[in-house]
Design a binder for this molecule. Structure first.
Ligand code: TMP
Length: 256
C-alpha cells in the first residue's frame, strides 16, 4: 500500500499499461489511474519518455472528463488526485474503441486518399474492436453485436453519447482557439451496468490543432517527430483552463 498525494490509499497494481497504470483502492468500485511520462505510437512500435507528459495528460483528461460530467455525460472520472493521478469508477471494459472524426486526418486521410485537415461533410464514426494482437481492426455494428460485445441498444446509446461528447468538446475547443479534428472514446460499465466513458481524452487520444494556424498540438508531434510534445500539450491545457475558469472541479467529493 502506498499513500497518494491525498488521503486515498493506493492498493494493488491491477494493470500496467504503456502510458497508464491502474491501482486498486480500499473501495472495490473505485480505482486510481496513474499517468506515466511515456508516449507510444504505431501499436507500441515507437516509444519514448517525455518528462512531465503524464502530469499534463492527467490535467487535460481530468478537465475534459469533469466538463463532460458537468454536462450530463456519465464517465468513469470521479476526481483529480495528485499531479498524475485520478480517482475513477471501476469499469467492466467493453472492448470497443470509437473514433469520432470532424476532419479527415491520420489513418482515414491515408486510407481514402484525402488531404489531412479536410473538413468532413458529416461527423464520421469508426468503430474498432479493441484487440491489440489483431491491430484493433475496424468492425461494423452487426459484427460488434455478433461478437457478443454489445447489443444494438448499447450501440445506439454509445453513438448518441459520442455525438453529444463531440458537440460539447468541439464547442469548448472552439472557445479555446482549438480545432478538435478527431478523438477516440472507450467505454465500460459501472457497478449498475450503465455504460460510461472510460480511459482518457486528450492530445494522446485525439487531434487538437491550433484553430488559426493548424499547428498540431497532439500526439502527431511524436508520431511525425515534430518535437515540443509536452510544450504543445501544455498549450492545449492552458487554453482549456483559460475557458474553463481554472482548475477542473471534482465530479464527486473525494473521501478522505
Ligand atoms: P487514426 O487517424 O490513427 O485512425 O486515429 C484517429 C484518432 O484516434 C486519433 O486522434 C488518435 C486516436 N487513436 C488512439 O487514441 N489510439 C489508437 O490506438 C489509435 C490507432 C488512434
Amino acid at each position: 500500500m502506498a499513500q497518494t498525494d491525498t488521503e486515498i490509499v493506493r492498493g494493488e497494481l491491477l494493470f500496467d499499461g504503456n502510458e497508464k497504470q491502474v491501482y486498486a483502492t480500499e473501495d472495490p468500485e473505485k480505482v486510481i489511474f496513474r499517468f506515466k511520462d511515456v508516449a507510444t505510437a504505431y501499436n507500441n512500435i515507437k516509444k519514448a519518455v517525455f518528462p512531465e507528459k503524464g502530469v499534463v495528460s492527467n490535467r487535460i483528461s481530468s478537465l475534459l472528463f469533469s466538463y463532460l460530467e458537468q454536462n450530463g455525460i456519465h464517465t468513469h472520472f470521479i476526481a483529480e488526485l495528485g499531479d498524475r493521478e485520478q480517482l475513477c469508477r471501476r469499469s467492466r471494459n467493453i472492448p470497443l474503441e470509437l473514433k469520432v472524426r470532424n476532419y479527415f486526418a491520420g489513418s482515414l486521410a491515408d486510407r481514402l486518399g484525402i488531404d489531412d485537415g479536410t473538413k468532413a461533410a458529416t461527423v464520421i464514426y469508426d468503430l474498432n474492436y479493441n484487440r491489440q494482437d489483431l491491430g484493433d481492426p475496424m468492425v461494423n455494428d452487426s459484427e460488434a453485436v455478433a461478437l457478443g460485445i454489445v447489443n444494438f441498444e448499447d450501440l445506439e446509446f454509445i453513438y448518441d453519447v459520442a455525438r453529444r461528447v463531440n458537440v460539447l468538446l468541439s464547442e469548448l475547443c472552439g472557445r479555446a482557439g482549438l480545432k478538435l479534428v478527431d478523438f477516440k472514446l472507450e467505454f465500460g460499465r459501472d457497478a449498475e451496468g450503465r455504460i460510461m466513458i472510460c480511459d482518457e481524452i486528450g492530445p494522446d487520444t485525439g487531434r487538437f490543432w491550433d484553430a488559426a494556424t493548424d499547428e498540431r498540438l497532439d500526439k502527431d508531434r511524436f508520431r511525425h517527430d515534430l518535437g515540443y510534445i509536452v510544450a504543445s500539450y501544455q498549450k492545449v491545457l492552458d487554453r482549456l483552463l483559460a475557458v474553463s475558469g481554472g482548475k477542473p472541479a471534482d465530479a464527486e467529493p473525494v473521501r478522505s
